[in-house]
Write a protein that binds this ligand. Structure first.
Ligand code: BG6
Length: 486
């Protein structure tokens, strides 16, 4: 009999717990991926009975799970949910949790996954309280800690947080979340590159002109104004999700799909990204803000926080020398679309005449992350006709929904929770990765926050974004691309 498994969620009354974690746990339970003896205990400050906690979660889960929601299965799952009040900032604030765990696990102890779904100010108090009460001591089973983003707000704070964590946990007990790594299509970047031979020989500066990584969102800050205004898009999306996507596109092939070989290669990419000087950084970042952002609840009416940004980075190594990586992300845009675009170079010589004033559209590959999960390859074709040779670009398309019609794409959190339970840290971030990512972003963030920095360009909600973002690429003779369907 394996030791009992308890998932302890700090921040039990928060949105992440009800909207993401509990629906993901229910789905895993429903598909019998979790050990039957598993229990979930939510911890938050307010007093709440187990039943009130379950009812609250049921309401959101039903709404989010739609057809996956089955009342009988939910009831079975809900019996494994419990609530314990706790406040890690108060002396003895986790005593009730300790007592609950002792009773639930029995004399032989058990395995414990601690999940910090709380505001970042509470990370350190909780970790310290876990250590002080002995909750984190490995007795009768492993202890693991899952930490949500934001992981610091700059290099110094990320380092300080890493020091706090590693004072009480070993690196291999720490699971730092970047939910983009849990997305099927993000993992598919690795499969596409390293389980196929075709593209790898041309995956370098000899054949690639530039790379675009774009994560456009249609949503606005949606009630998260208080958090967002302190962070902005460069901290909220670039330091984590966009840089993670970039490492997967740029890395060398690890020998094994396992946490350390994979993360070593990702860190090498980040190490090859030059940290810009203050003067250089000002030229390599462009910011925008959607109209109406300053009237969002929790946002400073004079806020200069960017809700859109474009950044130009380089990876100075043999493979990528001279290939720009353009990253962009923003909220309040016309459509939700995340994609990685590889723009190949043009053929060295073209024997076909082009109509005057036109240029050849050279090969493009798009790895579509969401919502049109798939891959598009754009190439030239001959237009049927008798006279001469007329060229026209065409797309080869692969769509997940057509290839796997019976296999819905699971939520990132399902994969990540299961991996953490199984002790697989491949899709989680190591301390050196996070710190280097901040080192890269810090000068760019500082450039955007300088008092003499241009104010973010205002763009209309539902638009294609600020015009300045186009100019940012046009100065290098390029334009933002999109091949995925929206
Ligand atoms: C989160 C950000 O990490 O990612 C949000 O804090 C953003 O601001 C979200 O909306 C985007 O995630 P997804 O999975 O919807 O692309």
């Amino acid at each position: 009999m394996p030791a009992p498994l308890t998932i302890v969620i700090f921040g039990a009354s928060g949105d992440l717990t009800s909207r993401k974690l509990v629906p993901a746990l229910y789905n895993l339970f429903h598909r019998r991926r979790l050990p039957p003896e598993m229990r979930v205990v939510g911890v938050a400050r307010s007093p709440l009975t187990d039943d009130a906690f379950r009812d609250r979660l049921a309401a959101t889960a039903r709404e989010r799970l739609k057809q996956e929601w089955q009342p009988e299965r939910w009831d079975e799952f809900a019996r494994r949910l419990a609530y314990v009040p706790g406040d890690a900032t108060q002396p003895g604030g986790l005593e009730k949790l300790l007592a609950w765990l002792r009773q639930a696990e029995g004399p032989d102890g058990g395995r414990r996954l601690f999940y910090l779904a709380v505001t970042p100010e509470l990370y350190a108090p909780i970790v310290n309280a876990l250590a002080e009460t002995g909750l984190s001591r490995e007795q009768g089973g492993w202890r693991r800690l899952v930490i949500e983003k934001p992981f610091g707000r700059d290099l110094a704070s990320a380092r300080a947080l890493n020091r706090t964590l590693t004072a009480h946990f070993h690196e291999d007990q720490l699971y730092r979340i970047d939910h983009y790594l849990g997305k099927e299509t993000v993992q598919n970047i690795l499969v596409f590159r390293f389980a196929n031979l075709l593209f790898e020989p041309v995956w370098n500066s000899n054949y690639i002109d530039h790379v675009q990584i774009r994560v456009d969102e249609a949503v606005t800050v949606e009630g998260r104004g208080g958090y967002y205004d302190k962070h902005g898009v460069l901290r909220d999306m670039f330091q984590n999700h966009l840089l993670q996507l970039m490492t997967l596109v740029a890395m060398e092939a690890p020998a094994r799909f396992a946490a350390d070989p994979l993360r070593n290669e990702k860190v090498k990419v980040l190490d090859a990204v030059p940290v810009l000087t203050a003067a250089e950084a000002c030229r390599q970042v462009f910011c925008g803000q959607y109209a109406g952002y300053r009237s969002e609840p929790g946002v400073d009416p004079r806020s200069r926080t960017p809700t859109f940004a474009a950044v130009r980075l380089q990876v100075d190594n043999w493979r990528w020398r001279g290939v720009p990586f353009y990253l962009r992300s923003g909220k309040g845009l016309a459509a939700r679309s995340s994609e990685v675009i590889i723009q190949f170079r043009c053929p060295p010589h073209l024997m076909f005449p082009l109509p005057p004033g036109t240029t050849l559209q050279c090969n493009r590959l798009s790895l579509c992350i969401q919502p049109d999960e798939g891959i598009h390859l754009n190439f030239q074709s001959k237009v049927p006709g008798e006279e001469g040779v007329k060229l026209c670009p065409a797309d080869l398309e692969f769509h997940y929904k057509d290839a796997y019609p019976d296999l819905p794409i699971p939520e990132a959190y399902e994969r990540l929770l299961l991996d953490a339970i199984q002790g697989d840290a491949a899709l989680f971030m190591r301390s050196d990765e996070i710190e280097r990512a901040w080192e890269i972003m810090d000068p760019l963030i500082a450039a955007s926050e300088r008092p003499d920095a241009p104010a973010p360009e205002i763009y209309a909600v539902g638009s294609a974004g600020p015009a300045g973002a186009d100019a940012f690429l046009a100065r290098e003779g390029r334009a933002w691309l999109s091949l995925c369907h929206h």
